[in-house]
Each structure stands twice: as C-alpha cells, then as structure tokens.
Design a protein. Sequence first.
Length: 400
Amino acid sequence: MKIRVGVFFGGNSTEHEISIISALQALENFDRDVYDVLPIYITKNNLFYVGNNIGNIDKYKNISELLSTSTRVVPVNNGNTLDLMIYPPKTFGQKIFATIDVAFPIVHGTNIEDGTLAGLFKMNSIPFVGSDVTASAVGMDKYVMKCVLKDNDVPVLDCILANKNEFETNEQKVLEKIKTKIGFPVIIKPINLGSSIGIKIAKNDSTLLEALKNAFMFSPQILAERAVTNLKEINISVLGDEDNQEVSECEEPVLSKDILSFEDKYMSGGSKKTGADAGSKSGMASLSRKIPADITAEQLATVQKYAKETFKCLNCHGVVRIDFMIDQDQDKIYVNEINTIPGSLSFYLWKTKGVQYKDLLDKLIKLGLKRKRKQEDLTFSFESNVLSHVNIGGSKGGKM
C-alpha cells in the first residue's frame, strides 16, 4: 500500500510565491510507485485548498480563478492520520476529500516556516517532514539563533537588536546606538525574514535611516551587524536528524551587488542550470553559482564542521541550508543564517553527492516517520488525582 503524502505550501508569508515554486518543483520528483502525493495549497489568509489544478504552476497566474475550481478543506485529526474534510461540510455525499499519512511542508518565511505549521501537525499527531516547532522558530529568529550558536562556540558576527517602538520614539537614539556599537558599513536585517527581503547595507547616516525604515516595514524588530566588505558567501546543506548528519557539496553564489538580493536568488535566470533545473519553476536552483565553491580544503572542512554543529545545536531535522560568510580580509568564517526549509529543498547541492531529487524526498519522508516512531516511545501524560482536590470557589476564584 502506498504512503499518502500531503505536500503543504503557500501560506501568509512574504515568501508565498517562492513556496509555490519549491513545492510544485518537488511534486514532479516524488516516486509515484511508493507515494500517493496530494498538493495542498494554503492561501495568504491561511485557508487550505485541494483539487486537480492545485499542482499546475500556470493556474497560479490567477489565484481567484484557481480557488473557484478547487475545494476548500479543513485538516482534522484522525488518530495517526489527517483527514482533509470538505468545507463547508456537505449534508449528503462525500465529506472527506482525502486522508494523508505524512505531512510534507514546503513553506518559506515568517508565519509558517517558523514552527507555526509544524505545530499544527504536531498537535494532530501526524508524522511530518522537517524541523520541529522549537528548531523552526529559533532558525527563523536571526537574533535568537545567533545567541544559541554563540553560546555553543559556533562563530557568528556580533550584532545588536532594535525594535520599531524604540525607533519611532527616538530615531536618533537608535541611529547612535548602531553607529557606536557597530559602525559603518552596517547591514540592517528584519529579524525573521528570508530570501534577502528587507535587507540593506548602510554606509552613512542617511542610508542607515533609510535601511531602518525599510526593515521596519517587514518586522517589528531588526538586527544590525557589521557588513563584511570583502565577502565570499558559501552555502551548504545538511541532511539528517539527531543520530546522523550528512553534508552536501558547497556552493558559492555569484553576487550582482554587495549582498545577495531576492532578484539574485529567484529571478536571475542563473547560468548554472541544466535539464530539469532550468525554466520558470527553478526557484533557488536558478541562482547563478559556482558548484563546488572556490574555497580551500581547510575552509571546506571548517564550513562542514560548523554546518553540522549548527544543525545539532538547533536540533534541526530533515534538510536545511546553512549560509556562511567568509571575511577574506581577516580570513574568518561565520555562520550567517539557516533555512530550516530551504528553497528548492537544496536538491541541487546533493546531486554531486549522488543523491537525486527523488532520493532526497524519500530520505526526508523516512526521517519524518522515524521521528514519529521514536516519539511514540515517550511519555506525554502524568497520572495524578489533582482534580479531585480542586475547589473552583465560585466568584472568588479557585483554591488548591
């Protein structure tokens, strides 16, 4: 009997469209002899839809028309499986559109990759692919991630945090704090966004003010850190769980400016594409890049070491991509950020290791099922008679 896999994508995120591309790309690569795969689209207001057209990239040019020909569903717990109930419910006829055995989220960005969707799956006791709630949340929060890694001796750039209320109350105070503690050039980032959205480099007071205003449009908190001027970016993927971790080939993105932009990542039409990697559904696979990266054997070993340590420190699961910075002036390597659900699932980084996309998807599902089996051996309840001693106490409140 085939395993029924639900691929969830979309959601209320600035990276909504990138999620669609990543998911539809993956849908073409599942082993259909082993898996029955159902695409489940999450709208920008977090409604779930299924249907014959949900897996067709061309239909996303007109979302309203797509939804009008699709079926809205609501996920409902059915023990160790998840029923997708037709909504609004029918008085007669079919009430369950489909049942899935494993949830496979391919989502990116705040409000969904940050543990929100993982929490839904965990509450419903269904096996799912990827990092758990805590790892996803920490991975999305750049400041918290840096704190955890720094505490575990993984090198990260020093940074400071500023919030929107503080900025709106006293712009000058925030500017001076950044100038004093970081200096110029400085890079300003929304604390919880990916795909380089909202990121700017500031080299003077006026561009710093502009960068802060821009970042606060996307997040109530921002991170300021030193901008590495003679920079080489290196990305690597890690696959595994707490028991075992494998590292992929390293890539070196080709930058068109000081920092890798959203356009570089998804709209560059990159030069390193062949066959199935090319075309409108390439996602992160379309980025111009060097594979393998042009780094020394010593640098490669350092990147691999800290990639595995980052994966373990954050308690990640499944496949992630970790982005590194090499300060070529100081010959130092820093972890920049982690993507707990990377664009295109970083499949292109595994091909030179002999792992085809179909094999990667298979490994991820098996890891999700393995975690579920291990969790079933744990105790999540504690027998007690505490309720027998509770006195609600009427309008005066409860007493123990």
